[in-house]
Design a protein around this ligand. Structure first.
Ligand code: BTN
Length: 325
């Protein structure tokens, strides 16, 4: 989406029609250009009504990020950058980190054009209906010490959901945010640095606030905050809440690792004590009962061979179809 498309969208609302002529004059382009941009936006799934003689109006309001408001709420904890569009906040922040961006940089995007999920998957997001951001946290210790990090981040998301009024949120190992077994958010942690340090973690978070028709494009059971809460919360409020909890959890993790968060993590794990099947990168499937997570974030599974530990890597977890009696 172009800067012109953003400028146009910011001038539209669901409550009144705005004439193409006025919009064209305000933006310094022709009416035909306005018409083309509207057609492009409509093809991208953004609902815009057009009434001859009256102009254009949005089908539903767009909840824009408010950089000054976010700055006032969490500017003491994070160095915020709000972009209209980027390919992926993780990719961009990784580049900035390599160029020396400071500890606690946070990059938020209104729109990602190539959002990335775990295991090479695409991360779908909606303009005005998703939270997509990444935080750069620099650790004096090396990457070898950061194995429980993405689980710690999950706990911050869980706590933020509770603070926003979500009941029945849960986590799924290693780092999915769920509501009643439907995915509401995900985490992608990418590391830079050596085993012995210092290290930089780029912590990417995606949360579904209002998915609308995008839901149909996602090939797994998903939900959004609007469904869970009955109405969509303000994205600014949700983001500030998540960032406050992230700051708290990351500060504790930095000082003490995952150990002090472990019991709480087990308590909110959707599959704790459940019979599961783990698909390993080798193609092997291991079945067993989830016994908890280890101090370094590994999943502990009681199998026929005893308690086995699984690192998060490329493993996927699902409920077992046939649990032994
Ligand atoms: C997953 O569950 O597969 C992880 C999803 C992580 C998505 C977020 S959105 C912000 C950041 N930028 C990306 O490209 N990915 C993460």
């Amino acid at each position: 989406m172009t800067p012109l498309a953003f400028s146009l969208l910011r001038r539209l609302s669901p409550s009144e029609f705005r004439s193409g002529e006025v919009l064209a004059a305000e933006l310094g382009v022709s009416r035909a250009t306005i018409c083309n941009v509207v057609a492009q936006l409509s093809r991208q799934g953004i609902g815009i009504y057009r009434l001859p003689g009256r102009g254009y109006r949005l089908a539903r309001s767009l909840d824009w990020l408010d950089a000054p408001r976010l700055e006032a709420q969490v500017g003491d904890r994070f160095l915020l950058h709000v972009l209209e569009v980027t390919d992926s906040t993780n990719t961009t922040l990784m580049r900035w980190a390599a160029e020396g961006a400071p500890h606690r940089s946070c990059l938020v995007a209104e729109l990602q054009t190539a959002g990335r999920g775990r295991r090479g998957r695409h991360w779908e997001s909606v303009l005005g209906g998703s939270l997509t951001f990444s935080v750069l946290w620099r650790f004096p210790q090396g990457v070898a010490q950061l194995s429980g990090l993405s689980l710690a981040v999950g706990l911050a998301l869980y706590r933020a959901m509770v603070a926003l009024g979500v009941r029945e949120a849960a986590l799924k190992w290693p780092n999915d945010l769920l509501h009643r077994h439907r995915k509401m958010g995900g985490i992608l942690v990418e590391l830079q640095g050596d085993a012995l340090g210092p290290a930089a973690a780029i912590i990417g978070v995606g949360i579904n606030v209002w998915l609308g028709e995008a839901r149909a494009r996602i090939d797994q059971a998903v939900t959004d905050l609007a469904t869970v809460l009955g109405e969509a919360p303000s994205r600014n409020e949700a983001l500030a809440t998540v960032l406050r909890h992230l700051d708290e959890v990351l500060s504790l993790f930095e000082a003490q690792g995952f150990a002090p968060l472990r019991a709480e993590w087990d308590a909110v794990h959707a599959y704790h004590g459940r019979h599961v099947a783990l698909s390993l990168p080798s193609g092997q499937v291991v079945q067993g009962v989830v016994a908890g997570v280890g101090e370094e974030g590994a999943l502990l599974v009681q199998t026929m061979r005893g308690v086995e530990r699984f690192g998060s890597g490329e493993i996927s977890l699902r409920p077992a179809k046939f649990a032994p009696a």
